[in-house]
Design a protein around this ligand. Sequence first.
Ligand SMILES: [Zn+2]
Length: 218
Amino acid sequence: MNTIKVFLSIEAYQKMRYWASMAVGEVSGLGTVTEKRTGKGKVEAYLIDDIFLLSQFSTHANTVLDDNAIGGFLTDLIQRGEDPSRVKLWWHSHGEMNAFWSNTDEQCIHNLANSSYMISLVTNKTMEILTRIDLFHPFHIKLDNIETDIFMPEPEGLQEFCAAEFQSKVIEQIDWALPRHERPDANRYKELDEKVSNREMSVEQYEHELLMLDDIYF
Ligand SMILES: [Zn+2]
């Protein structure tokens, strides 16, 4: 099973939402990706840390990124001292239409083929998101419907802080959540069980008695 995940930084997600809602129809752009690896070096997730809008000509059903715009974008990126090989996302919005891969999208992904992989993400005005990863070497393989989420960075020690606060401030009365055999009057339940299995009590009576006992806990 494919367990790889794609995360969007909060900023990347918000930019995408703004641009998708501002456009009447389609709109598209590129993005930078950071690979998240396990201790053993295996890629377990991709983080889209930023997305960009490029000069484009858009219609209701189509958006074209021209090669000059892509070239100019990459040149600017390099001039800012960034690594152009991190540009591994193509995102676009379908406006009011569903998020799916059209023939034009397939063609676009084909044109974006590089020496490693490309993540493609299609969204729309209702915030649907469909993500796929295309690996181009040594042969083309497509992984579709990649689980996609917003990456929420957590300040260091937050979980420990919450656990300490919880332990010092919250007293939970959770008797009702105990299984019957762990409740203080577990013997009463046991007696009832025995009675019904020895046919000393009808099933109706048994259920009634059980409810009476449970009442204390609910
Ligand atoms: Zn499309």
